[in-house]
Design a protein around this ligand. Structure first.
Ligand code: URA
Ligand code: SF4
Length: 286
C-alpha cells in the first residue's frame, strides 16, 4: 500500500510542476495547494504541504497550522545517533522514545514545534494535559498567554520555535525528575544546535537551571547572558505569571526587550563573520 504522505507529496508536486511548466499561474498553484489536505488516520491531525515543501499540521482540537514533520516520511530503520539527527528524525525518535518512565504515561510525545530558521527559541518545562493530547507545546492557557506576549512584540507563534526540557507529560503535571531531565537532554541539545537561535528564552525553573544553575528567577529574570554566539534570557513561566500580577507585569516587560536582544545577537554574529575584519594576530603582521 502506498504511504498516504508519499502519495500526497506526489500530488502537490504535480501541481507545482504544472506551474513550473507555465500551465497555471503561481496564484492558481497556491490556491490549489491550499485546498489539498491529508487527514492522518491514527490521530485525526490534518496536514498540508506548501509549494516550497514545508509541511504544516493542524492538530485535532486546534485551529492553528504549525510547521511540523510527518513521522511517516522518516526512515525509522536508519536513525543516526541523536547528535547527528535532523529535526524530522528527532521528532520520530521522541515519539518512539522509551528512555525514561514518562513514556508510559503519555498519550503523545511533544517534540516541539515552529520555524526551524527562527531567531528566537522558547524552552518550557514539559507538556500538560492538552499538550499531551495534541502533541504540541503550550496550547493551554499558558500557551494563549505566550502567544499574546509574542503578538505584543510583533511576532507570530509560527515564527519562533517552542520546545520543552521533557517531551512527555509528567503524571498530574508533577515536576520532571533529574533522571527524566537527563534522559531527555540530548534531544533538546540537538534541536538548539540545528535551529541555532540568536536568543533562547527559558520559561520557568527547569529550563533556567540548564543555563543559570542555582539562580533565583525573581533576581535574574529578563537579564540576558551571552553564551557563545547567542543570548540566553531567563523569564517567569507564563503559567506562573498568569497567577501573579507582579510577575505578569515583569514578563510583559521582559518580552518587550526581546527584539533589541535579537538585534544585539545579530550584531555580534555579523561582527564575528565579517570577512574584512582582521583578527588580532593578523594585525600584528603589519
Ligand atoms: N507548560 C510548559 O512548560 N510547557 C508546555 O508545553 C505547556 C505548558
Ligand atoms: Fe524519552 Fe524524553 Fe519522553 Fe523520557 S520524556 S520518554 S527521555 S522523550
Amino acid at each position: 500500500m502506498t504511504n498516504p504522505f508519499v502519495q500526497f507529496q506526489a500530488d502537490v508536486e504535480a501541481v507545482t510542476e504544472r506551474c513550473a511548466r507555465g500551465e497555471i499561474s503561481e496564484a492558481e498553484r497556491d490556491a490549489a495547494v491550499r485546498q489539498m489536505k491529508l487527514v492522518d488516520p491514527q490521530w485525526g491531525d490534518t496536514w498540508m504541504l506548501s509549494p516550497k515543501g514545508q509541511w504544516f499540521r493542524q492538530a485535532t482540537g486546534s485551529k492553528q497550522w504549525m510547521p511540523d514533520y510527518p513521522l511517516d516520511l522518516v526512515d525509522a530503520a536508519s536513525l543516526p545517533p541523536v547528535p547527528q539527527m535532523d529535526l524530522p528524525q528527532i521528532s520520530l525518535a521522541v515519539h518512539h522514545c522509551t528512555r525514561c518512565p514518562l513514556h508510559s504515561g503519555r498519550t503523545r510525545a511533544v517534540p516541539g514545534e515552529g520555524n526551524p530558521r527562527t531567531d528566537m527559541m522558547f524552552i518550557g518545562e514539559g507538556p500538560g494535559f492538552h499538550e499531551d493530547r495534541q502533541a504540541r507545546p503550550f496550547v493551554g492557557a499558558s500557551g494563549k498567554f505566550l502567544e499574546q506576549l509574542l503578538t505584543d512584540i510583533g511576532y507570530r507563534r509560527q515564527e519562533v520555535f517552542i520546545a520543552n526540557v521533557v517531551k512527555c507529560r509528567p503524571p498530574n503535571n508533577r515536576d520532571p525528575q533529574p533522571e527524566e531531565l537527563d534522559a531527555c537532554r540530548d534531544y533538546l541539545e540537538r534541536q538548539i544546535e540545528l535551529i541555532d537561535p540568536k536568543v533562547i528564552v527559558t520559561l520557568g525553573r527547569f529550563s533556567m537551571a540548564r543555563y543559570f544553575p542555582g539562580a533565583s528567577i525573581s533576581k535574574i529574570h529578563g537579564q540576558p547572558k551571552r553564551e557563545g554566539n547567542r543570548l540566553i534570557v531567563p523569564m517567569f513561566h507564563p503559567a506562573a505569571a498568569l497567577r501573579n500580577p507582579a510577575w505578569r507585569t515583569a514578563i510583559i516587560d521582559d518580552f518587550s526587550k526581546l527584539p533589541a536582544l535579537v538585534a544585539e545577537a545579530a550584531a555580534f554574529r555579523a561582527e564575528k563573520d565579517e570577512p574584512g575584519a582582521p583578527a588580532a594576530d593578523q594585525l600584528n603582521l603589519f
